[in-house]
Design a protein around this ligand. Structure first.
Ligand code: ADE
Length: 326
């Protein structure tokens, strides 16, 4: 367990010769006041917490060590920490500030997303209008583009994993089933030495461009994952297409009585647009929900699609005030 965030203390000590030194003190449970429960998963509880020194608010994910070991989930906890440690520089991704542990638990100190899940907001409103859909879809896409540029595939994108901060801006979370590619796109657009043909060790979360393990939530799972147990960057764009459809229609495109029937629908591309679904959004969804991953619209083309006409990208998108949800 590699811990993160050796914080330089403001408290001053003195060394043997009486010279002042800044001591490096790691954050621990005692440095936070814990508050309400924000969420509960099978292996973790997320609590609101305040840093006692500066009163900054966080969400702290508390994981039970015994339970994780017993259920053989150590690998996933490490993947979550390793991916979050790669994704520290984007407003659309929940940031990991510190990790520490005590005898019983592991702690992840994360950005607090006080607006809750996008799913909750969507359920309350039923569906979004085009302006809100364009804004939230743009923020999700910008976040996906960033994680892909850092060699991370999320693999479980869905409206529950899209959180909202106090400004109602997107914060993507839950990287426990992500995949770290051994190819990272450099700022100049080229890949590093490893071209993705070299398989990574599947036990450490680092995998080659086409990987082997299954994960995901039924309604958002891509056909290639079901067919070939392969996830690639465009598998996240399939999920993005499902989310875009859901924001407008109020329901995901592929939904059936059980997982098996949902998988059948996905593999057969069996879905239909409700009456009144705007044509420009329909055109984009149809270019994302494509069975062959290589034929899905890539991120750069999605940004240039008519649906996003007038949309800002990059820093401007994150400085923008969120449209009022109605
Ligand atoms: N639930 C799970 N993670 C959360 C976070 N970072 N902020 C708020 N609620 C959450």
């Amino acid at each position: 367990w590699r811990e993160k965030g050796a914080a330089v203390s403001t408290r001053q000590g003195t060394d043997a010769s009486g010279q002042p030194v800044q001591r490096t003190i790691k954050k621990g449970v005692k440095d936070f006041n814990f508050g309400r429960t924000l969420g509960e998963g099978s292996y973790s509880t997320v609590l609101a917490a305040t840093d006692r020194q500066n009163l900054k608010e966080y969400a702290i994910k508390v994981l039970d060590k015994r339970h994780i070991i017993k259920e053989k989930k150590v690998k996933y906890v490490n993947i979550e920490r390793d991916t979050l440690n790669r994704l520290t520089d984007h407003p659309g991704i929940v940031r990991l500030y510190y990790t520490f542990q005590d005898e019983r638990s592991l702690y992840f100190v994360l950005d607090l997303a006080s607006g809750g899940e996008l799913l909750g907001v969507l359920k309350k409103l039923g569906s979004f209008d085009i302006e809100c859909t364009r804004f939230y879809a743009a923020q999700i896409l910008d976040s996906i583009a960033y994680m892909h540029s850092k060699g991370v595939i999320h693999r479980d994108l869905k409206p529950e994993n899209v959180l909202l901060d106090r400004d109602m801006h997107v914060k993507i979370t839950d990287f426990g089933t992500a995949k770290i590619l051994n190819t990272e796109v450099k700022p100049n657009g080229t890949s590093n030495a490893s071209n993705g043909d070299t398989p990574g060790d599947p036990t450490d979360g680092f995998e080659s461009d086409r990987a082997v393990s299954f994960v995901g939530t039924a309604e958002y799972v891509s056909p290639e994952l079901l067919r070939d147990k392969n996830a690639c960057k465009s598998s996240d764009l399939w999920a993005f297409g499902c989310i875009l459809f859901q924001l407008i229609a109020g329901r995901p495109p592929f939904k059936a009585a059980n997982e098996y029937l949902t998988f059948q629908k996905i593999l057969g591309l069996e879905y239909s647009f409700p009456d009144g679904f705007p044509e420009v959004a329909r055109d984009l969804v149809e270019r994302l929900l494509v069975l062959e991953p290589a034929n899905r619209l890539p991120v750069e083309h999605i940004r240039n699609h008519r649906f996003f006409e007038g949309s800002q990208w990059g820093k401007g998108l994150w400085r923008q005030k969120a449209p009022r949800l109605k």
